[in-house]
Each structure stands twice: as C-alpha cells, then as structure tokens.
Design a protein around this ligand. Structure first.
Ligand code: ADP
Ligand code: MG
Length: 275
C-alpha cells in the first residue's frame, strides 16, 4: 500500500449531540483496523473532545498545542488500539464555528503535514451545522449521519440532511441508526427517513448498518478499553464489525479524489470561497 490517493475520508456528523458520533467514529475505526485497514481518527469536536476516551488511549498533547504553535500535528498524534492513530481534539475551545479564518487556515495547513499511508481518515465532527462542520463535510468523500430513533434526533437528522443537500449540494450521505433495539428497528428508521428525503428533497441517502443499544459500550469506556476487545462477543461489537464490512464494501467515490492532500486542498478552497 503506497497509494496515498486511496485514502477514503469519512465525516461523521449528526443533528444533535449525544447520539453516538464519537462512539461510532472510534469503534468503526477499530473495527476497520481489525480487518487490516490503516485508520486515523481526527477528533474535530473541539468543544467536547472525547474520542480518546472512546478509543481507550491517553493523549498528552492535543490540537490546542498545534494551534498555539507549540507542537506539530505529527507530535500530538497518538496510537490507540489495533494501531488506530488519533489526532486528539482540544477540549474547551468553545466551538469550531468560533475559530477565526486564520486559525482554520492553520488547521488546514497542519493537515498537509500528514504523510502516512492511510486507508481511512475518520473525522469525528461537532453536532450541528456550523460553517466549520460544513467545510469539513464538504471536503470529505463520505458523510455518515448518526441518529437515534427518537423524535428530536430524527427531526434534527432530517434538518441536517436537508441543509447538506439543498444548501451545499452534498451527496454520498449514509445513515447509521444508533442505540436501537434491533437491526430491524434501524432499517425501519432508515426507510421512513429516506422516503421523506425522496418525497421532499428528491434525493436518496444510503443505509449502512445499525448499532444496538448495549451497556458494554459504557462499561468498556469505564474500563478504559476498546469495546471490541473488552466485549468481543457483545451485540454492539458484532454490529461494528458488520458496519466496517459495509464501509469497506462502499464503492470508492470517483467524483472526489481520495488522499489527504486532496482533502486539504478541498478544505482550503472552501475556506477561500467562504471568505
Ligand atoms: N450503542 C450504544 N449503546 C449504549 N450506549 C451508547 C451507545 N452509543 C453511544 N452510547 C453512549 O451515549 C453517550 C453519547 O455518545 P457519544 O458517542 O459521546 O455521542 P456524540 O459524540 O454524538 O456526542 C456516551 O456516554 C456513549 O457511551
Ligand atoms: Mg462526540
């Protein structure tokens, strides 16, 4: 694997917070790695950076040290379970949306430092639709929306998808129902949202796989271990392994070039067009 352009960039988003974006980002990353893929997670939820907890690894430095110029991006990256690498987020920065143009430019610049050969680069985003979230989503090749089977989560997910489609003309949107009671419930949830999207927006979204509600998710975090090794036989682990297989089976997007350098280029051009 020396083909850098093969890196698939996945943005994980949601309408509201607390629906499982970080849980999905971390466990999808580990499940992909357990299937032989090279994966890096970027904790881009700069308000509530907790991907290191979900991955069960500790990071002495984080993104605030890159932004302040104390560290390079390479210096803050830590290695987690199964060789998954993490760009730790900086807690306490109020909101990605609050970043200045210069700060965002600095973030984009620091990404061009990433030289490693990656199969997947997973961006764990903040909830909602700030300019920064949309900038990242626009630069990704695949957009995964995590949602729960609850009225507010469904309404927020639909509102998010509507903006992505109508205002930003983004495609390659897939749904991951989380904390459902069964795969059948997740499939039904997907079916009803997708038909609303078809009827009102004239577009379609894709279904990947659902994750059931499983107490092992919380227990593994408390034990500072990745779910997949802490509870290998659990329902949620089986779901994440299946989710990873669905992700591996996605047709590579040929309309946007893969690879970190192209991701950075798209980020940069969007910031310029927003300026
Ligand atoms: N499938 C699940 N089963 C049980 N608990 C879950 C599941 N998914 C997420 N959680 C829990 O829900 C909370 C919010 O999840 P998190 O991934 O941090 O959400 P987000 O990143 O969208 O804010 C966490 O405490 C997490 O452990
Ligand atoms: Mg999160």
């Amino acid at each position: 694997m020396t083909n850098k352009t093969a890196t698939q960039i996945i943005g994980i988003a949601s309408g509201k917070g607390g629906v499982g974006k970080t849980t999905v980002s971390a466990n999808l990353a580990i499940a992909l790695a357990s299937q032989g893929k090279k994966v890096m997670v970027f904790d881009a939820d700069l308000g509530l950076a907790n991907a290191q907890l979900a991955l069960g690894c500790r990071a002495p430095f984080n993104f605030s040290h890159v932004m302040s110029g104390e560290k390079t991006l390479q210096e803050i990256i830590v290695e987690g379970p199964m060789g998954v690498r993490l760009v730790p987020g900086a807690s306490g920065i109020q909101h990605m949306a609050a970043l200045s143009q210069a700060e965002t430019a600095g973030i984009i610049q620091s990404f061009s430092e990433i030289e490693e050969d990656l199969d997947y680069f997973i961006v764990d985003l903040a909830a909602g639709l700030s300019d920064t979230v949309m900038t990242f989503l626009g630069a990704c090749q695949h957009r995964f929306i995590v949602l729960k089977n609850e009225p507010s989560s469904i309404a927020d997910a639909y509102a998010t998808i509507k903006v992505m489609i109508q205002d930003y003309d983004l495609g390659n949107i897939s749904l991951i129902p989380n904390a459902v009671s069964s795969q059948a419930e997740g499939e039904r949830l997907f079916g009803s949202i997708n038909s609303v999207i078809q009827n009102f927006l004239g577009r379609q979204v894709d279904y990947l796989h659902s994750i059931v509600e499983d107490e092992m998710v919380l227990r593994s975090i408390k034990a500072s271990q990745p779910l997949i090794t802490y509870a290998p036989a659990s329902a949620a682990t089986r779901n994440f392994v299946s989710l990873a297989k669905s992700v591996i089976a996605i047709e590579p997007d040929t309309s946007l070039t893969g690879g970190m350098q192209f991701f950075v280029e798209r980020l940069a051009s969007q910031r310029i067009s927003q300026a």
